[in-house]
Design a binder for this molecule. Structure first.
Ligand code: GLA
Length: 322
């Protein structure tokens, strides 16, 4: 009898230890498409903060193409991770990512860039956190109008560098929002110069802007809108290269991460007037927290969350910095 009791007790203890170890052993992958971009570094930093608060491990992986994404999912499974958050390098990879994650038994959710299915529609079945892209674009447009008015510019004499990257829906919605407001407020359609970017980075923006600026060498004042800070900073650099000073350029980005802050910290103002600061904390900390609760407590995250933005410029960036 005594032996049996001892045996039962030891089984209970072993099970107890196993289940405690189980809870402490949550591993969550955080996969981003552009690990060199300040925005994604911020997301990682905040995800790690959530990991410290809740006691889980964050596995950060830069997944710049489809192959890297699929092998990262396999690696996560091999390391014993239970789930991951991803900003995919291509939204059309959505179905392939879902298939691989399901096969490996991993929970996952997308952040920033929403998966698109084979029917070209957003994959609503995948949990997602993204920005309210169109409204944030409208804030860019509204601020461009206010700044042109403040400078006393005649709209007819201004060129609009619309830095587009339409293959990514969240970016297309942002530039569309900015353009719609400009046109509504009387900015002439004829002065709108769409400048399609081949890559969504500073270099892509620099190259696309240079083509437009060269084609319209008669324009001497420019406004710039783009889907994120890199899309605008490249164009500002291209204008500087062609001799345009800060008094001839109004560029407004989106993200408000270190790329924008670097511009505001320069001694002399540049053509990069402002950025809509997004909540990297929500996108990094909260997604990781939601994933943790899903894994550890079985609490399913909301299907979709849209986050907001605040205008950040030289005058207020220090207060807005995290
Ligand atoms: C996209 C952009 C990033 C950032 C996020 C915000 O992924 O490429 O720069 O703006 O959206 O959701």
């Amino acid at each position: 009898m005594k032996k049996l009791l001892l045996f039962v007790l030891s089984v209970v203890m072993v099970l107890g230890v196993v289940s405690i170890a189980g809870a402490a052993d949550v591993k969550i992958g955080f996969l981003v498409k552009q690990p060199e971009e300040a925005w994604f570094q911020d997301e990682w930093r905040y995800a790690e903060e959530a990991g410290e608060d809740y006691g889980f491990e964050v596995i950060k992986i830069g997944t710049t193409d489809g192959e890297k994404v699929l092998s990262a999912i396999d690696n996560l499974a091999a390391q014993g991770a239970q789930g991951f958050i991803i900003c995919t390098p291509d939204v059309k990879l959505g179905p392939a990512i879902k298939a691989r994650a399901d096969m490996q038994g991993l929970k996952f959710m997308s952040v920033d860039d929403r998966f698109v299915g084979s029917d070209e529609q957003p994959m609503e079945e995948v949990h997602h956190m993204g920005i309210s892209a169109y409204n944030i674009g409208k804030l860019v447009g509204k601020t461009l109008v206010e700044q042109m008015n403040e400078m006393g510019w005649d709209y007819d004499e201004v060129g609009y560098l619309e830095m587009t990257y339409n293959q990514l829906p969240t970016i297309a919605e942002r530039t569309n929002g900015a353009t719609d407001v400009l046109l509504e407020k009387g900015f002439p359609e004829a002065n709108r110069y769409e400048s399609p970017m081949k890559t969504l980075d500073t270099e892509g923006s620099f190259n696309a802007a240079n083509i437009t600026i060269t084609k319209h060498s008669d324009v001497d004042k420019w406004i710039i809108a783009g889907g994120n800070d890199s899309s605008v900073i490249g164009a500002v650099r291209a204008l500087e290269g062609q001799g345009f000073g800060a008094d001839q350029v109004i560029g407004i980005g989106i993200n408000g991460s270190n790329f924008a802050i670097n511009e505001f910290e320069k001694n002399e103002p540049t053509g990069f007037y402002a950025s809509v600061k997004l909540s990297a904390r929500q996108h990094g900390y909260e997604t990781a927290e939601l994933m943790y609760k899903w894994i550890a407590e079985g609490e399913e995250p909301p299907k979709v969350t849209w986050t907001a933005g605040t205008l950040m410029h030289r005058g207020n960036y220090e207060e807005l910095m995290d």
